[in-house]
Write a protein that binds this ligand. Structure first.
Ligand code: ZN
Length: 199
């Protein structure tokens, strides 16, 4: 395989990029000055080397604990559970939430073979275990069928832990992704969250 084919193959592995787009991107890069391409390559290398999940919440960060976990001004008694680290940015942009986060690393999806043991659920239990000072867990998984199933499962897991478990309101379009929702919609979904029960 030539290096051109190699790059095309690597780009084609990215989500949303088919063979055709990968080829177009490759030839676009080949036309750029070497410095531009090197800068892109270095940026990719840097995130691979320096960004890691926060040991506490799973947020992707260059420091551990991440800036949100380390921020003493944030409310440690409320944890917002999200599917992916990229969801944190969307919620932060809404400016509505001042608590901490917990990244599951996906959602329950039997069809894809993703079960509870593949998500950071044990870590969540550890964080809310009695005596930890957590008083509310907001389930902000996506409003998709899998997101709902995941929220219901977590509700069961957290039963008896002595915390209020709430679910973000369905102001978000069903099947929509939190990551792409605007700040106002997310703020509304958070404010109008409803309790799923108290354990
Ligand atoms: Zn963190």
């Amino acid at each position: 395989m030539s290096v051109i084919e190699e790059l095309t193959a690597e780009l084609a592995r990215l989500p949303g990029i088919g063979r055709k787009t990968a080829t177009r991107l490759t030839y676009h890069l080949l036309k750029q000055p070497a410095a531009v391409v090197t800068r892109l390559a270095r940026a990719i290398e840097a995130v691979a080397e320096r960004v890691h999940p926060c040991a506490t919440c799973g947020n992707l960060s260059e420091i551990d604990p991440c800036a949100i976990c380390a921020d003493a001004r944030r409310d440690g008694s409320v944890i917002c559970v999200v599917e992916e680290a990229s969801d944190i940015g969307a919620i932060e942009r809404s400016g509505e939430f001042r608590g901490r986060y917990h990244v599951l690393g996906g959602r329950l999806s039997p069809l894809d073979g993703i079960g509870p043991e593949d998500l950071r659920i044990g870590e969540l239990r550890g964080r809310v275990a009695n005596g930890s000072g957590v008083r509310e867990v907001i389930l902000a998984t996506n409003p998709s069928m899998e997101g709902e199933v995941t929220a219901t499962y977590l509700r069961g897991v957290l039963e008896g832990e002595g915390v209020i478990v709430s679910r973000i309101a369905l102001g978000l379009p069903i099947g929509g992704e939190l990551e792409y929702a605007d700040g106002v919609t997310i703020a509304r979904a958070l404010t109008a969250r409803r309790a799923m029960g108290e354990g």
